[in-house]
Design a protein around this ligand. Structure first.
Ligand code: SAH
Ligand code: DHB
Ligand code: MG
Length: 221
């Protein structure tokens, strides 16, 4: 039991539940062809993000970490016609591929990609009155996760949901002596959550095509 089985089960789930979607398929193909790293959420995780965004009736969505826009497309499809998604991305090449994928998905009117380090672009969202957001997906560099989470809370409306990807890291989450900055990032997130009265949160371990990892889900009080 292990990765081979997890991958096969994810393939089965995706075939039955997230369906064969030519636009998402083309986004993956274009991202691979452009040499982007294969770090997008799995199809069933993309669908989960979409369902959660619908659950909170999201009209404004914030994403931190666009890559080729795969998760962006799943999330933007949860929006009503007048809804809006802002996705923050550091790498200009990733943003370019994402814009093209989002254009193909006919979502350009609802999606804005902002180039730059998220810690620089997040404060601008507050100033420009783009907030409050109803849903935030945090999926950029892992070292800064606690800072992104803090911004997400500040930029959220009450009842908003915040989802953080890659928080279990093959179980390294419980390694108090880890020198890996990604692990330090997810541990700092959990230490902050233990005392954060602004949110109610949980973390789920996950297995699948992306290995053994986990998601943190929080609702802003
Ligand atoms: N959410 C995407 C995957 C994102 S991969 C999906 O599921 O489809 C992580 C992305 O975060 C990469 O594109 C990387 O360039 C970007 N990133 C890394 N550091 C960043 C930073 N400081 N600010 C904004 N984006 C960053
Ligand atoms: C990494 C980033 C991701 O967003 C992900 O889903 C998996 C791995 C990484 O930077 O290693
Ligand atoms: Mg991720």
């Amino acid at each position: 039991m292990g990765q081979t089985l997890w991958t096969a089960v994810d393939a089965y789930i995706s075939e039955h539940i997230s369906g064969d979607d030519p636009v998402l398929g083309a986004a993956v193909a274009a991202s691979n062809a452009a040499g982007l790293p294969a770090l997008s959420v799995a199809p069933n995780q993309g669908k989960l993000l979409q369902l959660l965004a619908r659950c909170v009736g999201a009209r404004r969505i914030l994403e931190i970490g666009t890559l080729g826009g795969y998760s962006t497309i799943w999330l933007a499809r949860a929006l009503p016609a007048d809804g809006h998604l802002i996705s923050l991305e550091l790498d200009a090449r990733h943003a370019e591929v994402a814009r093209s994928n989002i254009e193909r998905a006919a979502l350009s009117e609802r999606v804005q990609i902002r180039l730059g380090a998220a810690l620089d672009t997040l404060p601008l969202l507050q100033k420009e009155l783009e907030a409050p957001f109803c849903f935030t997906f945090i999926d950029a560099d892992k070292a800064n996760i606690p800072e992104y989470f803090d911004w997400a809370v500040k930029l959220s409306r009450p009842g908003a949901m915040i989802v953080v990807d890659n928080v279990v890291r093959k179980g390294a989450l419980i390694d108090a002596h880890s020198g890996d900055e990604n692990v330090v990032g997810v541990r700092r997130l959990h230490e902050a959550l233990a005392n954060d009265q602004r949110v109610s949160a949980t973390t789920l371990q996950t297995v699948g095509v992306k290995g053994y990892d986990g998601l943190t889900l929080a609702i802003v009080n």
